[in-house]
Design a binder for this molecule. Sequence first.
Ligand code: IMP
Ligand code: MG
Length: 187
Amino acid sequence: MVTYDQFLKEILIDEATLQKRVSELGAEISRDYAGTDNLLLICILKGGVMFLTDLMRRLTVPHEIDFLAVSSYGKGARESTGNVRIDMDLTAQVIGKHVLIVEDIIDSGHTLRFVMDVLLARKPASLKLCTLLDKPARRTIDIPIDYTGFQIEDKFVFGYGLDLDEKFRNLPFVGVVDLDKLNGLPV
Ligand code: IMP
Ligand code: MG
């Protein structure tokens, strides 16, 4: 059986550090949206799911949640392209709501540019973006980020919602993938 420690290079952000930052973000978002009664959190599946469920527990403002699944196709599984498509759409109405996107990581920016354009076309009252991780060195499209958990270097990471070929999203920490070891394993 394949286990995560076979290709974990190092733990980049441990559980306590993640939880502390998520509660800081929750407090900041709660302050910024205080008095708002139509906040809609939109989680980008699947990577954003762990972050969403922890973040929403920290919010003191009433809010709805919904899920949007997108994927990019073209290149390899670990690199996104400009070809992004919706795999599963929202059920909530966006028009007139204060929308906050909850994402795991912003890499090239292609995915978020697509998501923001789709949501803007549905006429929200406002649209903001909250990402757990930001890899600025990889950006090819400029994306305005309102809330960032951590800026990280250009390393491939997994855990806390992020997958390694669809697995290990359940890990309570963010780890760096050892690509040399990964390439020798049948994941
Ligand atoms: P972008 O379109 O290049 O910004 O890619 C964003 C998407 O790629 C994220 O939502 C993730 O699903 C995935 N991604 C980017 N970097 C990583 C990583 O280091 N680990 C796991 N998934 C990643
Ligand atoms: Mg992914």
